[in-house]
Design a protein around this ligand. Structure first.
Ligand SMILES: [Zn+2]
Length: 246
């Protein structure tokens, strides 16, 4: 027996019939390939879906770019269940982005991931747009985070004359900035305070050769964070001790 369709589902399915045929074909093709994939996995690993449905315990959080050419699991050959993934334009983690910070908190506090990988990519459209001096609309506020990275490193960047090389350097600096933002968050500092094992890594993917470069930046403890950013956790410790005296 089929479940009775919710009225909204009926309305939605009738809307689909008005989509261009080419788009319908693409979606139908995706659903068809999904059936093939599920059948193949079921035959090769009969317990896969039963185990998967019971829960997840990935030990790595991946923060990458939304770019369709940088699919996290595919480029590092990971299976479903291996990575907890967050992707946005130009792999940012602004201090006020509740979306990224919620992913971060869940990954660190609940899943207890041991590694956070920030993976940017050369040729990033988000990074290029941030330096293009054009008006794009709402996204300009998001791109301002990258402009801030440019401003903080302007002399270093403008010493590089070749524009492509300068863009690549900005891509790397932007990845580093995200790594630092993550390490400055109360979530990560709290984990280190609890002696939870957690390292944050800077990686960069090359669209032209499919290879990932380690950028030489790995932060694994609070000692490696600049003093000014340690204040929140120190204050928390002090206030906890203060409350114990009452
Ligand atoms: Zn990108």
């Amino acid at each position: 027996m089929f479940k009775q369709l919710h009225p909204a589902s009926i309305e939605f399915s009738s809307m689909l019939t008005h989509l261009p045929i080419s788009q319908d074909d693409r979606l139908a093709d995706m659903l068809s390939r999904n059936k093939e994939w599920a059948k193949k996995v079921q035959s090769e690993q009969p317990r896969f879906f039963t185990t998967s449905a019971k829960g997840q315990s990935p030990k790595i959080l991946w923060i990458g770019c939304s770019d369709s050419r940088v699919p996290a699991e595919q480029i590092v050959q990971c299976a479903p269940g291996d990575l907890f993934v967050h992707r946005n334009i130009a792999n940012l983690c602004p201090h006020t982005d509740m979306n990224c910070l919620s992913v971060l908190q869940y990954a660190v506090d609940v899943l207890q991931v041991e590694h956070i990988i920030v993976c940017g990519h050369y040729g990033c459209g988000g990074v290029q747009a941030a330096t293009a001096n054009q008006f794009y609309g709402l996204i300009d506020s998001w791109l301002c985070n990258i402009k801030d990275v440019y401003r903080a490193n302007r002399e270093h960047l403008e010493a590089v004359e070749d524009i492509t090389s300068r863009q690549e350097l900005l891509v790397e600096l932007n990845v580093s900035n995200t790594v630092h933002n993550i390490c400055h968050s109360p979530v990560v500092q709290g984990a280190w305070e609890r002696k939870q094992k957690l390292s944050v890594h800077a990686w960069c993917y090359g669209l032209e050769d499919g290879l990932i470069r380690e950028l030489g930046l790995v932060i694994s403890e609070q000692e490696e964070v600049e003093a000014v950013y340690k204040m929140a956790v120190m204050e928390k410790t002090v206030s906890t001790k203060a409350s114990e005296t009452h």
